[in-house]
Design a protein around this ligand. Structure first.
Ligand code: ATP
Ligand code: MG
Length: 327
């Protein structure tokens, strides 16, 4: 198959005192071999929940349904031991700033050793030779191994973590907000380094999660946009940037000064309000409360439709709105 990962109709809900938080509600997505897929949408739309169903199939979630296949294997049906064998080797998460969680009195080399030994990987000479090689690939000298984490900048730490997370050449990497705590130039650098690892074939594919579309614009071949737990739009990056059909996607793109010229739509500029609270949320398009194009039909949950090859949208009005909308 040309897909590394196949997600079908994934639902992931949290249970709280007053009911259910429908954080991921019917998401389908395939990740192709070798691609970087950017996952975007504003805070609370379910990006991290989606990631955690892939990597840890996490306990705070009380309800998960759907089908998730990694390299053809159903990971939802696996027990913890089986899944643990795939972690790091086939699928790996780049955590945000993990080195901060460790002792400041240990050297980076020791921290790395502790981290990977948990996965049963031997950390002899050969291992560290490989680490040193990889450090050079992300523009770090091997001398960082003998330094302490407090001596490293945020961007440097994030690159060390990237090296460790990808050391076994996984087919799929999940990067969740790995750049959000960094300054703008480190953000770009870390994102570019990830793309380099992919270009060199060290990692196969990546899901790069961020609320910052301008980073995705630079490194992702495809973009998927979520809004309040729902799918809104998916397609090639250029197509999403220039020919988005969903009013929410357009509003997001329009908010990017660098790339947002195409959607100078007065109705969409500076959309007010916040996403709805997901607790016990009912039927309907979740963007309808803020959408200047909402009509009665939007009380029903839109179905996902094909706009063009590889381009999908969930909006009842996508055909009427057209693609070169300058209203
Ligand atoms: P951000 O951009 O801020 O990281 P996100 O897109 O990653 O946001 P999630 O963290 O997946 O969003 O959260 C999705 C929804 O699930 C939110 O409404 C959030 O409040 C809720 N949520 C997340 N974790 C829990 C939890 N442990 N218990 C209850 N609700 C949760
Ligand atoms: Mg998140």
């Amino acid at each position: 198959s040309k897909n590394i990962l196949e997600i079908k109709n994934l639902k992931a809900y949290y249970k709280v005192l007053k009911g259910e938080v429908k954080a991921v509600d019917d998401i389908s997505l395939n990740i192709r071999k070798g691609e970087i897929l950017g996952l975007a949408g504003e805070s609370g739309c379910g990006k991290s929940t989606l990631a955690s169903t892939l990597i840890s199939r996490k306990p705070p979630l009380h309800y998960i349904s759907g089908d998730v296949r990694l390299l053809g294997k159903n990971i939802m049906g696996m027990n913890q031991a089986e899944f643990q064998k795939m972690r790091l080797r086939n699928i790996s998460l780049i955590p945000q700033y993990a080195l901060d969680a460790f002792s400041p009195t240990k050297k980076i080399k020791t921290l790395i050793r502790d981290l990977v030994q948990e996965h049963g990987i031997s950390t002899g000479r050969k291992f560290f030779d490989k680490v040193e090689e990889r450090l050079e690939l992300v523009n770090l000298t091997p001398s960082v191994l003998n330094r302490y984490s407090i001596e490293l900048s945020g961007g440097m730490k994030q690159r060390v973590i990237m090296v460790v997370s990808t050391i076994l050449d996984p087919e799929l990497i999940i990067a969740d907000e790995i750049t959000s705590a960094l300054d703008v130039s480190s953000q770009r650098f870390v994102a570019t380094m990830l793309a380099n690892l992919r270009d060199k074939g060290i990692i196969g594919s990546a899901i790069f999660i961020t609320h910052d579309l301008s980073i995705l614009y630079q490194i992702a071949e495809r973009l998927m946009i979520m809004y309040a737990g729902h799918f809104t739009e998916l397609g090639p990056t250029d197509e999403i940037v220039n020919k988005a059909r969903h009013p929410y996607t357009r509003a997001l793109i329009a908010s990017l000064p660098q790339v947002g010229i195409q959607y100078r739509d007065k109705k969409l500029s500076g959309i007010k309000g916040t996403p709805p609270y997901l607790l016990n949320i009912g039927e309907g398009c979740r963007f309808r409360y803020r959408c200047p194009y909402a009509v009665e039909q939007c009380e029903k949950t839109p179905v996902r439709e094909k706009v063009a090859e590889g381009h999908y949208v969930s909006c009842w009005r996508w055909k009427e709105l057209g693609s070169d909308h300058n209203g």
